[in-house]
Design a protein around this ligand. Structure first.
Ligand code: GDP
Ligand code: MG
Length: 298
């Protein structure tokens, strides 16, 4: 007998700087599954996938909710509404260190039409640094009384685990959107980065050098200016392929690097310096040792 599975979409919304990215990263933990931001629809971008047992959450981004100040008039806009209407749960993040601002009011307003359609969890964040958390939460809750309030610090593992369990439990019965092993693979950080670079390279080179590309992270270093330095080597099989990957005047490699860096910065929520180098590893695909070295099981 097949066991039931549960899956759904969760949107994390809130004004800038309240801790949405931090919360998302910590909800995903090491199980983060990098997905290129190929939009499923123009309005919804994938941010990450969480699979635990028979339950899966696909976290999505709702671009319209990031800059509510830009357009008060357009804010109640159909697009935002539609983007949110087909998620299974909304997580509305607020900053408990301060009382609500007009920006929070706008977010609350945008969520209003969803009341009764999807659960809205009001997550009071930064509990660790809040002087009057109860009072602050009450003030936020008053903006949308139908939301279900709770408090936490996105930096606190246990508290985030509690929210995670709650979200997983809210997912309706349904098939997984992504294969289980996709999200479950325990990639190392290096493998994850290498895969993103490879993906961006393949996208741009698949006519010219199909399958001949492998990528490997050679160095990861914290820079004093807060930038994360990552050196990735792009391996090709033959000298002739090296020029193709680099492109005229380095143009191709630059494109690959820029696209990969963008992805990394979104997922890591920080500045990244991505240093790409192209090297020839003769016939690496036929060499068991090379395969092992490059992270493929020989
Ligand atoms: P976003 O703009 O909503 O995605 O917010 P970020 O996740 O980028 O977080 C903004 C800032 O708040 C960062 O400096 C985080 O480190 C910090 N932050 C996030 N969550 C917490 C928390 O629970 N406690 C504290 N003290 N700081 C937090
Ligand atoms: Mg963010």
């Amino acid at each position: 007998m097949e066991e039931k599975t549960y899956s759904g979409f969760v949107a994390i919304v809130g004004k800038p700087n309240v801790g949405k990215s931090t919360l998302l990263n910590n909800l995903l933990g090491v199980k983060v599954a990098p997905i290129s931001p190929r939009p499923q629809t123009t309005r919804k971008r994938l941010r990450g996938i969480l699979t635990e047992g028979r339950r899966q959450i696909v976290f999505v981004d709702t671009p319209g909710l990031h800059k509510p100040m830009d357009a008060l008039g357009e804010f109640m806009d159909q697009e935002v509404y539609e983007a949110l209407a087909d998620v299974n749960t909304v997580v509305w993040v607020v900053d408990l260190r301060h009382p609500p601002t007009p920006e929070d009011e706008l977010v609350a307003k945008a969520l209003k039409p969803l009341v009764g359609k999807v659960p809205i969890l009001l997550v009071g964040n930064k509990l660790d640094e809040a002087k009057y958390p109860e009072e602050a939460l009450k003030a936020y809750h008053a903006l949308l009384p139908e939301a279900e309030p709770r408090m936490l610090s996105a930096l606190d593992e246990k508290q985030v685990a509690g929210l995670k369990a709650e979200l997983l439990a809210l997912m309706p019965e349904g098939p997984f959107y992504y294969p289980e092993d996709h999200a479950k693979s325990d990639q190392t950080f290096g493998e994850w980065v290498a895969e993103i670079v490879r993906e961006e390279a393949m996208k741009r080179l698949w006519h010219e050098v199909p399958y001949a590309i492998a990528t490997k992270v050679e160095e990861v270093a914290e820079r004093e200016n807060g930038v994360l330095y990552i050196k990735v080597v792009v391996y090709v099989e033959r000298p002739s392929q090296k020029g193709i990957v680099i492109g005229e005047g380095g143009k191709k490699l630059k494109e690959i690097g820029q696209a990969a860096r963008k992805q990394l910065e979104v997922f890591l929520n920080r500045k990244v310096y991505l240093d790409l180098e192209v090297k020839v590893y003769p016939d690496w695909r036929k060499d068991p040792e090379a395969l092992r070295e490059l992270g493929y099981r020989a």
